[in-house]
Design a protein around this ligand. Structure first.
Ligand code: C5P
Length: 302
């Protein structure tokens, strides 16, 4: 008999969307995207241990904002894997949260990808990469990217991934806002603001892909784009002051991360990132400031 581990821990990164091109609403309620993901070095850690029944606990400063029940995407990941393999999801999932909650950095998706990889190792289910990616796609549009990490272009609703080459390390500062924003609400606001205007097919920008490939931060800054930004700003007008504070402090570019309300600042180098972070913290326009780099590795056994 194969010996099973007593517990398994997986580390999973946050993401920023360096381009988020959003098409018109589809009949299934989703939007077609050209979604250029970059994983960044803020991580949640997901530990799974055998238990009598499915149980979930969360630690970290914002743990209180995370549902610690079966509705948590990490619990749903364990249930989905168990169901496919004829198992009962008898597991305790413990999440140590460092990714901002409901912040547009795919924290919930990261926990789902982490729980999936961890349960697969704990139970010895030996799921193939394809099977894991298929389960991820069922769980949410951003979950497959949390599994693979690095940089990737997401088509469809963001789940159809094509890995992208990156030629260097990019320095980022993230300003975490008070409270979260609901992703469906931000998409709805995006549709509302667009009204009857024709929406072009979402396409990845060749200049942006080239900037990623060559590791050119100045060129990347010039092509960062987020179609959800007007909607996030409409729902949370105070984010404009945060974006302005980071830009004034010398960031190469400032944008809302995904559906927000976290804002992201690309810096020239580590020193400039530090200066932007200090200025943002002093500006009083955000709750917390984080400095990190991307790309970062996807879900990894610790
Ligand atoms: O896939 P996920 O569960 O993360 O999506 C959350 C919500 O975000 C969806 O229910 C939908 O309202 C919106 N969404 C969208 N188009 C996408 C991805 C998400 O409209 N491509």
């Amino acid at each position: 008999m194969t010996r099973r581990p007593a517990s398994v821990t997986v580390r999973v990164p946050a993401k920023v969307n360096v381009q988020l091109a959003v098409g018109g609403p589809r009949t299934d309620g989703f939007h077609d995207l050209a979604n250029v993901f970059l994983a960044v070095g803020l991580y949640d850690e997901v530990t799974v241990t055998p238990a009598e029944e499915l149980r979930i606990t969360v630690a970290g400063p914002d743990a209180g904002q995370v549902p610690a029940d079966a509705s948590n995407l990490a619990a749903r990941a364990a249930v989905a894997l168990a169901a496919r393999h004829g198992l009962e999801p008898r597991v305790h999932i413990h999440i140590v949260k460092d990714i901002p909650v409901a912040g547009g950095m795919a924290g919930g998706s990261a926990d789902a990808a982490g729980a999936l990889v961890a349960c697969d190792a704990l139970w010895g289910t030996g799921a193939s990469r394809e099977e894991l990616l298929a389960i991820c796609a069922e769980l949410g549009s951003d979950v497959p990217f949390s599994l693979v990490g690095g940089a990737a272009l997401g088509r469809g609703r963001g789940e159809l991934l094509e890995p992208l080459e990156t030629g260097g390390t990019f320095h980022w500062v993230f300003a975490v806002a008070d409270g979260g924003l609901s992703t469906p609400e931000v998409y709805r606001e995006c549709d509302r603001l667009r009204g009857d205007a024709a929406v072009p097919e979402p396409e990845a920008s060749p200049a942006l892909l080239e900037a990623l490939r060559t590791g050119d931060a100045v060129a990347l800054a010039a092509s960062l784009a987020n179609d959800l930004q007007p909607a996030a700003l409409s729902l949370r007008p105070s984010l404009a002051a945060t974006l302005a504070a980071g830009a004034e402090a010398g960031a190469l570019a400032a944008l809302v991360s995904g559906s927000g309300p976290t804002t992201a600042f690309l810096a020239k180098d580590a020193e400039s990132a530090h200066a932007v972070a200090v200025a943002l913290a002093a500006s009083g326009t955000c709750r917390t400031v984080r400095v990190t780099t991307g790309p970062a590795q996807g879900a990894t056994l610790v």
